[in-house]
Design a binder for this molecule. Structure first.
Ligand code: SF4
Length: 179
């Protein structure tokens, strides 16, 4: 039986990153540089080199292998400036794969809350969209968008690396809109 989804409390506290950014922009404003110009520059940098965090909320790890292929030498997303990060506080984009299992649900919410705004969530594969092959499992609470807002969906079981890269490019547009 699926659990009733809980309302999440999205953490809007100022994070270390945005605090530092604000302090830097205050310093630059005092030197006569316009805040709008700084904001435009920061948004440009985020879009040119997004930092990406990947996590699994359960599943078979098939999607993890395709995500790893994106980072590997064949597809090499780093040539587009994308960097893989381990900490949510450093991330602009979160890639989530797998169905929302009971065991990892709180971990996903925690990571979502710890990622500073503006952030974009990309659901990788069929599992976070509809629970996929885990549909109706006793320990699955998904789909993912019952718990957190999802900006981009990449369908497939698993999706190809090209589809994942396309999803990240769509995420960059969302990041630009949110900035
Ligand atoms: S979408 Fe398919 S490949 Fe990806 S985690 Fe789910 S079952 Fe595995």
């Amino acid at each position: 039986m699926n659990e009733k989804p809980k309302t999440i409390a999205v953490n809007k506290k100022t994070t270390m990153n945005s605090f530092k950014l604000e302090a830097d922009s205050d310093m630059l404003t005092k030197r006569g540089i316009k805040k709008s110009l700084i904001h435009k520059f920061v948004t440009y940098c985020r879009k040119k080199s997004p930092w990406i965090m990947h996590m699994s909320s359960g599943g078979c790890n098939g999607c993890s292998i395709e995500i790893a292929a994106c980072i590997g030498p064949k597809f090499d997303v780093e040539r587009f400036g994308m960097v893989s990060k381990e900490l949510p506080r450093h991330a602009d984009i979160i890639l989530i794969e797998g169905p929302m299992t009971t065991k990892l649900k709180n971990r996903v919410l925690d990571i979502y809350n710890k990622t500073p705004e503006p952030k974009v969530v990309v659901a990788i594969g069929t599992c976070p969209m509809s629970n996929g092959i885990y549909f109706d499992c006793y320990n699955v609470n998904g789909p993912l968008d019952r718990f957190i807002p999802v900006d981009v969906y990449v369908p497939g079981c698993p999706p190809k690396p090209e589809a994942i890269i396309h999803g990240i490019v769509q995420a960059l547009e969302k990041l630009d809109e949110k900035a």
